[in-house]
Design a protein around this ligand. Structure first.
Ligand code: NAD
Length: 504
């Protein structure tokens, strides 16, 4: 009998009003159930928002350094539980165990980062155009934050959003992915244990299509932070209306390998970028744009490396499964599209026949930039190699997608590296390393179809979850008028006064 997990609303673990549940299963072994979870309703969502509304005044007024102390305690608890939680990430989502532990480490990093932010949350001071007047900005919480998260970083992404929202003084309702509800529940339990007051964090499990609108469209929710697919992102942004909305969506990330690159290093970066997390990272490398002169040598080295990798349960193998049957079917469909559009299959291309959602590590070569496998997000272990003849062509091909999240270039030429940094249209560019590997104290996000221009993490994450308030302090003791009490107006007044005196 699967263990039953409840929603967390107002500091209580409660069942859904639907009376129904769904299961979360290990993608490496679908017979292994992690438990049953609440199939929640819009009524449950409303109750969670009610609870967040009740908790907001006290939490938002707590001095930020005190909030920081609680979040630092959460960092300690995450560290104590890192091994257990890392294994849970692998069991629930499938990624290789070192990456499962990395997922938890990212949550620890962000908790420590925001704890320190509690003593900063900087605004700025500046001058006034009027005498005896002081001007500054301060940061204020936004209100209730609605967080919607995907499954591919089942602890790290909820942690990025939750902890940033909390340090800024918001109360929160989290709707985690239905593929990884247990990881989110374990994170929420740690926040509770660390001392986050009841009602400040609420979690409602269930289907995004049934719960999303109830969260995003509730007028009391003032900031929505969404990470997921482009199609759902567009729906969320339409429904959110005039709220603050942070969107982190898909990618079609490329690594450019120039003819002067260190090929061994480039192969390392490509293997890690394309097949780490089974290609299921928003920053995964799904295109290699390679200078024709080194294409053959690079392909040989890449295939030698891939032959040594073992696909299987992430607890024991190098590359884990896809997250579910739907993801496996999607990858298989794209392989057929690649073949039918004339790309040459270098290796892989088939599901692996064992329990679990495993797919062979797949590489296409001589891919044309316009082919669908070079344009659309596949989100699996499929890499397209696109040959080019110059740096300029490489950058053009790199930019030729609707997305703009991450990119990388391998080159020994400093001029090309700096040109790439400026000319590639992505939110993140790596020089001589892979497309993945974000650090929490730097902003994370993309341009073009990847998002709406907001950034998570770093100081820009603080901006996502706080409002700027501008404050003017007038200590002149009289009414002063900006734009009206100008130097010229004073001169005119003086002039008029002297004319009057002359008349008399
Ligand atoms: P998804 O869009 O299917 O689901 C994301 C979340 O949205 C889930 O919690 C889901 O339940 C919810 N949802 C579904 N329908 C909804 C609706 N109508 N209204 C509101 N919420 C709804 O995405 P996924 O499969 O979980 O994740 C994979 C996608 O996420 C990929 O496209 C990947 O690139 C993207 N991603 C982006 C980043 C980034 O930072 N840019 C990071 C990780 C993943």
């Amino acid at each position: 009998m699967a263990q039953a997990y409840l929603n967390y609303i107002g500091g209580q673990w409660v069942p859904s009003s639907s009376g129904q549940t769904f299961e979360s299963r290990n993608p490496a072994n679908p017979a292994d159930s992690l438990g049953s979870f609440q199939k929640s309703t819009p009524k449950d969502m409303k109750e969670a928002i009610d609870a967040a509304e009740r908790a907001y005044p006290d939490w938002s007024r707590m001095p930020p350094p005190k909030r920081g102390e609680i979040l630092l305690k959460a960092a300690e608890l995450l560290r104590q539980n890192k091994h257990r939680l890392g294994q849970l990430v692998t069991r629930e989502m499938g990624k290789q165990i070192k990456e499962g532990l990395g997922d938890v480490q990212e949550a620890i990093d962000i908790a420590e980062y925001v704890a320190g932010e509690g003593r900063r949350l900087y605004g700025h001071t500046t001058t006034s155009e009027l005498p005896d007047k002081f001007c500054m900005t301060i940061r204020r919480p936004v209100g209730i934050a609605g967080l919607i998260t995907p499954w591919n970083f089942p602890i790290a992404i909820p942690a990025w959003k939750l902890l940033m929202a909390l340090i800024c003084g918001n109360s929160v309702v989290l709707k985690p992915s239905s593929d990884t509800p247990l990881c989110a529940i374990e994170l929420v339990k740690i926040l509770d244990q660390a001392g986050v007051p009841k009602g400040v964090v609420n979690l409602v499990a269930g289907s995004g299509s049934e719960l999303g609108d109830a969260l995003v469209m509730d007028p009391r929710v003032r900031v929505v932070s969404f990470t997921g697919s482009k199609a759902v992102a567009e729906h969320v942004i339409r429904s959110a209306g005039l709220k603050k909305v942070g969107i982190e969506s898909g990618g079609k990330n490329a690594i450019i390998v120039m003819d002067d690159a260190d090929l061994l290093l480039a192969v390392d970066g490509v293997v890690w970028g394309a097949f780490g997390t089974t290609g299921q990272r928003c920053t995964a490398c799904s295109r290699v744009i390679i200078h024709q002169k080194v294409q053959k040598a690079f392909e040989k080295m890449l295939l030698d490396r891939l032959r040594k990798l073992k696909v299987g349960d992430g607890m024991a193998c190098d590359v884990g499964p896809l997250v579910n049957q739907q993801a496996l079917d999607k990858v298989a469909k794209y392989v057929e599209i690649g073949k039918s559009q004339g790309a040459k299959l270098l290796c892989g291309g088939r599901p692996i026949k064992k329990a679990g959602y495993f797919f062979e590590l797949t590489v296409f070569t001589n891919v044309k930039p316009s082919m669908r496998i070079a344009q659309e997000e596949i989100f699996g272990p499929v890499l397209s190699i696109i040959p080019v003849v110059s740096f300029e062509e490489a950058v053009r091909v790199c930019n030729n997608t609707e997305y703009g999240l991450s990119s990388a270039i391998y080159t020994a030429d400093i001029n090309k590296a700096f040109k790439a940094m400026e000319h590639i249209e992505t939110g993140i560019t790596y020089l001589n390393s892979s497309t993945i590997g974000a650090e929490v104290h730097l902003p994370f996000g993309g341009v073009k179809g990847t998002g709406n221009g907001t950034r998570e993490a770093g100081i820009e994450g603080i901006h996502e979850f706080s409002e700027t308030k501008t404050v003017y302090v007038d200590y002149s003791g009289k009414l002063q008028k900006a734009q009206i009490d100008t130097v010229e107006a004073k001169r005119m007044a003086g002039h008029a006064g002297s004319k009057k005196r002359v008349k008399r």
